[in-house]
Design a protein around this ligand. Structure first.
Ligand code: CA
Length: 243
């Protein structure tokens, strides 16, 4: 599953000791080296010093809350962020996604649910060559292939995980980048929200199509005047304008 010799690190931001222990236990058993903190400010600092691959971020925290913490982490990092929310925090959860969280999980959750979300995130293509080596059995030469997608003013360097508009690099989260790549690979294809959930998040959590809507909205904002290339197909989903 994970590439051998590729140590993964996680920062857990959670003020509830029981939940924190559960997350620590779950991630440790998935092979993560875990650093735990109980405030948002400590979380921002830990992301800076520990350089994690994953952050789990409680929404309700003392001091700055999970939303502000997420915003500050996103100023410097495109680390995967899973927001942990209580059931009565749905509106806050949406704001959390708008500030750049990649996925969310509602309390109470089981270790299995957390593992499934984390596995789905890490199945996505990564910049590291280690994951290419793991796929070296395929016919394509690993690490040498360099898929570049062009569409109007937009350009995506898939393997380098960089996106440009009119020659200027866009600052996208991993999730926004993956969404844009999927859409640009298949211009004119109509994507249902469920299909994008499966393809980008690796899941078909039926009720979570909000994830897609919020992240497409974030992506569009960052695309600015090129956002019109991403069409909403009313009642269905999205498609990239045909070339
Ligand atoms: Ca809390």
């Amino acid at each position: 599953m994970s590439a051998p010799g590729n140590e993964r690190r996680a920062v857990v931001v959670e003020d509830d000791e029981d939940v924190r222990s559960l997350i620590e236990f779950t991630l440790t058993s998935q092979g993560f080296e875990v650093r735990s903190v109980d405030t948002g400010l400590a979380g921002v600092e830990a992301v800076g010093t520990f350089d994690p691959d994953l952050v789990t971020l409680d929404l309700g925290l003392p001091g700055i809350d999970g939303i502000e913490t997420c915003r500050r982490i996103r100023e410097t990092s495109d680390v995967y962020i899973v927001m942990i929310t209580a059931r009565d925090e749905e509106i806050d959860r949406l704001i959390g996604l708008e500030t750049g969280a990649d996925d969310f999980l509602s309390k109470p959750f089981s270790p299995r649910e957390l593992q499934a979300r984390v596995n789905a995130l890490f199945r996505r293509p990564r910049r590291t060559t280690a994951s290419s080596e793991a796929e070296a059995t395929s016919a394509a030469p690993p690490a040498l292939s360099n898929e570049v997608l062009d569409h109007g003013p937009l350009k995506v360097d898939v393997d380098g995980r960089r996106a440009f508009k009119g020659g200027t690099e866009l600052s996208l989260t991993r999730t926004e980048f993956d969404l844009l790549t999927e859409l640009m690979r298949t211009p004119a294809r109509v994507w249902t929200r469920e299909a994008l959930l499966r393809s980008v998040w690796g899941t078909d959590w039926a009720t979570d199509t909000h994830l897609v809507e919020v992240h497409v909205g974030n992506l569009r904002r960052k695309l600015g005047d090129a956002s019109s290339l991403v069409h909403t197909v009313r009642g269905v989903g999205y498609r990239m304008e045909a070339r």
